[in-house]
Design a protein around this ligand. Structure first.
Ligand SMILES: *Cc1c(COP(=O)(O)O)cnc(C)c1O
Length: 380
């Protein structure tokens, strides 16, 4: 009997590194340095080294990372921050929470990332920052984006929560990791992310020492010296237990991402002939770490395909079913249906197939065969 198919298989991944992880966790417990134990610093350094970046500020989760980064920029109420409309809510939520104004831009239908041509048109005198999202595991087109930001004096805060380990190659041959190209980069260690811990965790990456210092203070109640609060901050920390898990997993990250690429290559090779779906496009200048393998079901009813896959024991996900501008919480921004045709079309057609480090070949064969069968039977 075939094993149950999951969107992610955290247990299978853990079992392969169980002795190392268990020992690391036990060591934290034995020391009882649960808050800011040495593992937090050790992991921060290792993660900075991995990303070739000068500063890593760890925090409680990826959403906090975005919040702390935007707070560190010192923006004021009403300042506009541009972001892609096809993304996870966290990006927009923090902008709104800080009383800044989210300004949406449509995405590129091929890469699902922010449309660079439309970005410049969205810039106003109030625009202060842009938050590109490296969606599904590949980088937004950062070279032209950075050029536009520089021209207009905008900060760039990357949301790299889905793309840890992805690389972007600039025209001069320089290669940089996701989250290290703008002023600051934010990432998440949510369990199902490519580098996930056993709960919540996040980090901010930057080469800017002033911003790193501010971010570190903000994450720690706005203080540099205990009980001396220079700025308004918050309380957001990476647990020592989570840092211990991450320290063990980080050396495996490139192998994890390579395994995801193998799964993706197989999907692409074996689904290439299917006319009712559009397979993911590889961006020109970015590697892909396949946080998601997302197809677009354009030749038949996506939701029916999803239901039939589910009935056959194959889970799939829709990231994301409602574009941000049509969400109730963001209606006050005044965008109408039709404002972002690509994002709206994606919400109706995207379907993410199971992809993770433990997906067995026979499981993938079953997924592919079943999907092809469903597509063959489905009406146009
Ligand atoms: C996961 C994710 C976040 C938020 O991370 P949390 O750790 O869940 O707060 C932000 N942005 C994107 C694009 C994400 O995928």
């Amino acid at each position: 009997m075939q094993q149950k198919i999951h969107m992610v298989d955290l247990l299978g991944q853990y079992q392969k590194i169980k002795p190392e992880v268990d020992a690391a966790l036990q060591q934290v417990i034995d020391r009882t340095a649960f808050i800011n134990g040495p593992e937090v610093q050790d992991f921060s350094q290792a993660f900075a080294h991995y990303n070739r970046v000068s500063h890593v500020v760890t925090c409680g989760n990826g959403t906090d990372a975005i919040q702390i980064a935007l707070m560190a920029l010192g923006l004021g109420p009403g300042d506009e921050v541009i972001l892609p409309v096809h993304t996870y809510v966290a990006t927009a939520e923090i902008i709104a929470l800080l009383r800044l104004k989210p300004v949406f831009v449509d995405v590129d239908p091929a890469t699902f990332n922010i449309n660079i041509k439309q970005l410049e048109a969205a810039i106003s005198p109030q625009t202060k920052a842009v938050v590109p999202v490296h969606l599904y595991g590949q980088c937004a087109d950062m070279e032209p984006l950075l050029a536009i930001a520089r021209k207009h004096g905008l900060f760039v805060v990357e949301d790299a929560a889905q793309a840890v380990g992805a690389t972007y190659t600039f025209a001069d041959g320089t290669v940089k990791k996701a989250g290290t190209m703008g002023d600051m980069g934010c990432t998440s260690f949510f369990p199902s992310k490519n580098l996930g811990c056993f709960g919540d965790g996040g980090a901010i990456l930057t080469n800017n020492e002033t911003l790193a210092t501010r971010a570190r203070m903000i994450a720690n109640h706005g203080q540099r010296i205990k009980y001396h609060h220079d700025i308004v901050g918050c309380n957001s920390r990476l647990d020592t237990l989570q840092a211990a898990v991450l320290k063990v997993k980080l050396p495996h990250l490139d192998a994890y991402n390579a395994t995801r690429n193998k799964v993706a290559e197989r999907y692409t090779a074996l689904l290439r002939q299917q006319e009712k779906i559009i397979l993911p496009t590889m961006a020109k200048n970015s590697s892909h770490v396949f946080h998601q393998y997302t197809v677009r079901v354009t030749g038949t009813d996506r939701d029916k395909v999803k239901e039939q896959l589910q009935a056959a024991g194959i889970p799939t996900m829709i990231y994301y079913p409602v574009p941000l501008h049509l969400q109730k919480a963001y209606r006050h921004l005044g965008y109408a249906a039709g404002a972002f045709p690509v994002a709206e079309e994606l919400s109706a057609t995207v379907l993410s197939l199971p992809i993770h480090t433990e997906l067995a070949e026979e499981q993938q064969d079953y997924i592919i065969e079943t999907l092809i069968h469903i597509l063959d039977q489905s009406p146009r």
